[in-house]
Design a protein around this ligand. Sequence first.
Ligand SMILES: [Zn+2]
Length: 241
Amino acid sequence: MFFDPTYLFCVALPAFLLMGATSWYVKAAYKKWSQVRALSGLTGAQAAQKLISTVSYTSDAGAGLRDVRIVGIGGNLTDHYDPRDKTLHLSPGVASVPSVAALAIAAHELGHAMQDSEGYLPMRVRSALVPAVNIGSNLGWILIIAGLIFNWTGLAWAGVIAFSAGALFALATLPVEFNASARAKVMLAESGIVASEEEQRGVNNVLNAAALTYVAGLITAVLQLLYYVMLVSGMGGRRRD
Ligand SMILES: [Zn+2]
């Protein structure tokens, strides 16, 4: 099963190439727009702070942002929002650099903070799936292998269902990420932090490139799931022969 050529050529290799290509594209977009100075002169952290004070006092939906803190985190492209302590973690290249890429990423993470404060449904669904993904990714294997060993189709299908949590999580990730980017674009434009057409293009480029990685993640998860479906359906076929 581990050395199945079907798995290698239909799942592992396409996933590897797809993830590699999208990750390269994100890094290239990030690198390009990191070198373009923001006309506002604001760093990612300053822009996020400014957006927090603007949005949180001008809209009901933004009121929950008042508690959001901004802290630094090491590494590159490690930026994220942690809903547990309502903290924006910004990497040095975003937090302290006044670039178009930094604005885009800081505003995107703030978009997640807004989703959190509003109780945005896809984000809640996604968080609710986390335990299922953790259990399913381990249990799925055990059930499928046990099903194959004991030739028990029902057990193997239970494994496939356990595994499907991963694909559902990847699916739920799309609206969460696309919506955070959409919010980022609106916030940056409405606040006037991004004013020129070139900056707008840069923000779109960085955020759309990042969105592609989540699409690639979903494709990978679906390919993997389809492989298990194929494996387990083949098992039923063998038994009928
Ligand atoms: Zn995101």
